[in-house]
Each structure stands twice: as C-alpha cells, then as structure tokens.
Design a protein around this ligand. Structure first.
Ligand code: LMR
Length: 335
C-alpha cells in the first residue's frame, strides 16, 4: 500500500541554530507551527564550528522528539551546505551585542557575516527563497544581505518586528483585560530598536459590545503615547534584565508567526508588522528596511495604505528612519 504523501517537504534553514532562539524555533518549525500542521519539513541548521557539539546535540534531540513532520536534518558549519536548495531561510546567527558595545561596533561585526551569507543565499538557495533576518541589528543586516545578493528580489528579504508587534498586542490586551487573540492591528513603525514607534491607535479589540477601536477603549491618550510606547520599545532590555539573557521563546514564536502569515496569508481584516524594503509608502525614504503594517496573500506582502498619520506619529517615524539611515551609513563604511 502506498502511503498518502500529499505535500513535498519544504527545506527550512535556521542559522545560529545552536543558540537560544534557534533551539526554541527548530522545535516549533518541526511541529508545524511555521508552515502548517500538514507540511513536512527538512531542517538545515547552521552554526559556527565551535558550536559543533551543541548543534549536534540539537540534532539528537530533534530525532529523539519523534516529530512526524520532520523529514530530515542537516547540521553543519558550512554555509554552502546550509543554504543548499532552501525555500525558507531564518537568519538568527550573528555577532551578539556584548556589554559596552556601541551600535557601530555591532554593525561592524555583522557586516562581514551578512555579506558572506548573501553570497551563499544567492548561489545556493532555491529560487524565490523567502528570508527573515532575526539577528540584530536586524534591519541593517537585512540591508547588507540585499546589497550583496542582487539576484534575490528585495521583496523576498524581510526582518523581524513581529516580535515587537506581538509585544504591543500583549500590552494592549493587559491594559483592557481582554484575551490577546481579541486584539489586532497594532503597528510597529521603523527599526527593531528603541526608536521604533509601537502604534496602537489603528488597532481594535473585541469586547462584549463587539469590535471597537482601541482609541475608544483606551481614552487615556497619554498611556498610548508614553507608557505603552516606552514599554514596548524597552521590552527586550527588560527581559534581558529579568532573565539574564535576551528574549528567546517570544522571538522564536514571533519568527513562526511572521513566516506563517507571509506564506499562508494574513486573516481577512488583519494586518501584521514586517520589516521590509521601503517603497516610499508613508514618506519613509526608499532604500531602508523599515517596519510597516502589511497584509499577505499568496506569499506576497503589501503595505497597508491610507492610514492617517498624526504629527506625533510622523515625528517618531522620521526619527526611526533617521536612525536607520545612520546605521546604513555606518554599514557602508565597513563594506
Ligand atoms: C529584543 O528585542 O528582545 C532583542 O532584540 C534585544 C537584544 O538586543 O537582544
């Protein structure tokens, strides 16, 4: 008897797979949380030679977990092998920020890594591979990747701000004392950094009176502009302080959300935040990876158009764009 095998496996690359986020995300991917409960996957895991034993340990655990969707595991420190034929690339590997490091130092350390990964992506990945950069500085790493992989369409490269988007939904849900699944359409504008603008002013929440604008439910404008914004902007730092290491499970979960919505589509009437190559929407300068509200259909994202931007939001959006332009200038110094 032939077994029913409706879907061909999708090859998913995870770089930095022996790290904290990698460890969390490979399990989620292999359980179908990224591509669907009926989508077999082959995991390609890349990490540095010095993490070889740890990476092999992750591979052993994936075997031990007896995951029916997992049709193969490649664990390697060779970029060519890691990128070979992959349909989805999750780039978590990078040089992490260490105590006392300036943003400039972080960019300097990551430029050569992303330059090299761009070459491997362009040469070895499947055509139309979708790429998500998680490693910080995520927006600028994505830009370096795009610059050095000119054959890869810019629309196939993105960076993670779903992380912050989900944090924003969480804060609004707590404020309103509703389920987080009943809140939608927050927006993260800009950089995955403390200059981002978390914006709940276009969001809605379900209440016993039906779906209502967040603005109506939270009359306290000061909370929306100050405490909410600050909490989301600084949530990463707050988790590092509490845990002694950066957010991992929420980063991994957001990574799955980002890819799932991009590939399988956003629910009707719902948008999500993605860091994408700016097309000038909302007067954001071209040539930057900037977080926008997007909807996704048939594997393509498009920026939600026509939202009213007030002066408060405009000035914050411009400040984050300026920071990204500075990061771009610094990155080019090291190219
Ligand atoms: C986060 O948002 O939690 C991380 O980007 C923080 C960090 O610097 O690792």
């Amino acid at each position: 008897l032939l077994r029913d095998e409706p879907k061909r496996p999708v090859k998913v690359l995870v770089t930095g797979a022996a790290g904290q986020i990698g460890y969390a995300v490979v399990a989620m991917i292999a359980r179908g949380l990224m591509l669907g409960a009926d989508q077999p996957v082959v995991l390609h895991m890349l990490d540095l030679p010095r993490s070889r034993d740890a990476l092999n340990g992750v591979r052993m655990e994936l075997i031990d977990a007896a995951l029916p969707l997992l049709r193969g595991v490649v664990a390697t420190s060779d970029e060519a092998e890691a990128f070979d034929g992959v349909n989805v690339a999750i780039l978590i590997g990078g040089s992490p920020r260490r105590e006392g490091m300036e943003r400039k130092d972080l960019i300097a350390k990551n430029v050569p890594i992303y330059k090299s990964q761009a070459a491997a992506l362009q040469k070895h990945a499947a055509p139309n591979c979708k790429v998500l950069v998680v490693a910080n500085p995520a927006n600028t790493n994505a830009l370096v990747l795009k610059e050095f992989a000119p054959a890869v369409p810019a629309k196939n490269i993105s960076c993670l701000t779903r992380f912050d988007h989900n944090r924003a939904l969480g804060q609004v849900a707590q404020k309103l004392n509703v389920h987080v699944g009943d809140v939608k359409n927050a927006i993260i504008w800009g950089n995955h950094s403390s200059t981002q603008l978390p914006d709940a002013s276009h969001g809605t929440a379900w209440t016993e009176r039906g779906e209502r604008p967040v603005r109506e439910l939270i009359a306290d404008e000061t909370w929306l502009r100050e405490e909410f914004v600050r909490t989301v902007q600084q949530r990463g730092a707050a988790v590092i302080k509490a845990r002694g290491q950066s957010s991992s499970l929420s980063a991994a979960s957001a990574t799955c959300d980002h890819m799932r919505d991009w590939i399988l589509g956003t629910p009707k009437g719902t948008w999500v935040s993605m860091g994408v190559y700016s097309d000038g929407s909302y007067s954001v300068p071209d040539g930057l990876f900037y977080s926008f509200p997007v909807t996704c259909e048939k594997g393509e994202w498009s920026v939600v158009q026509g939202l009213q931007i007030d002066d408060f939001a405009r000035s914050k959006m411009e400040a984050s764009a300026s920071e990204l332009m500075e990061e771009k200038t610094i990155a080019y110094e090291f190219l």
